[in-house]
Design a protein around this ligand. Structure first.
Ligand code: ZN
Length: 256
């Protein structure tokens, strides 16, 4: 029974959230409504029956194909559902059934949506980051371990810090390194995680981003301007801070 409550329910809840995130990832860049119509097959446009819309399981049961037109369904759908399920489980184990759990689940779910939209379209939608900044600031008034000052400084330092990094990069290379979307994203991360979260996220994001960017350049002999989107690496940095930030800050950055 304990197993069901502690592991299974948070995981299943996360996969259901993930199912909705797939809708957001697919529809937000097209400026379509995320609430109606219900899920439909992108190929034959036939509505998906509710019993064919069970996170992860339906994909496996249907062999990764649409039940109507048999067109293959992207493996991305179950992957997003699985990631959201695991995030929900990890957050539940860390925070228990609390306000922190729901706030950080909303936060990491937004980061997942941003990551996949950034990978697909190289944009980071304002409709997530701008309300995200406001939400992060608002909940900082209620969350244990956060203060509204920390949130405000996080928003300003994140946006300002990344703006300086972007300017420096532009001056050195005469190229566009990151977009305005990345700057709003790091402000949103700052709103939720505060100044320490921003510092570690920019540090880790740049580290991962430049490593992968360099690897892609060497492998494909491509120019740096086609390098990888930055959003996914900021997401990874922010999630690492969310789970292990306090330990890392205390041990390595001497900020705490
Ligand atoms: Zn279909």
């Amino acid at each position: 029974m304990t197993f069901i409550i502690e592991y299974l329910i948070p995981f299943i809840f996360g996969t259901i959230v993930g199912s909705f995130l797939n809708v957001c990832i697919f529809r937000l860049p097209k400026k379509q409504s995320i609430v109606s119509p219900f899920s439909y097959c992108p190929n034959c446009h036939k509505p998906i029956k509710f019993y064919h819309n069970i996170p992860i399981l339906s994909f496996l049961f249907l062999g990764g194909k649409c039940s109507n037109c048999r067109e293959p369904i992207s493996y991305r759908y179950p992957v997003v559902e699985l990631l959201a399920g695991l995030l929900s489980l990890a957050l539940f184990l860390k925070f228990g059934l609390s306000l922190s759990y729901f706030v950080y689940l909303t936060f990491s779910a937004s980061l997942l949506v941003i990551t996949f939209i950034d990978i697909d379209h190289q944009i980071i939608p304002d409709v997530i980051t701008l309300p995200g900044i406001i939400l992060g600031f608002t909940v900082s008034l209620f969350l244990p371990g956060m203060t509204f000052m920390d949130s405000i400084i996080g928003i300003a330092a994140g946006g300002g810090g990344l703006f300086l990094v972007a300017m420096g990069y532009h001056l050195l290379t005469k190229r566009e390194g990151m977009g305005v979307g990345d700057i709003k994203l790091i402000s949103m991360i700052g709103a939720f995680l505060g100044i320490k979260g921003v510092i570690l996220t920019i540090f880790l994001g740049s580290l991962f981003g430049s490593s992968v960017g360099l690897a892609v350049m060497i492998k494909e002999k491509r120019d740096r301007r086609y390098a990888v989107p930055f959003g996914p690496f900021l997401t990874i940095g922010a999630l690492i801070f969310l789970f292990w930030g306090e330990i890392i800050v205390r041990r390595y950055l001497y900020l705490g």
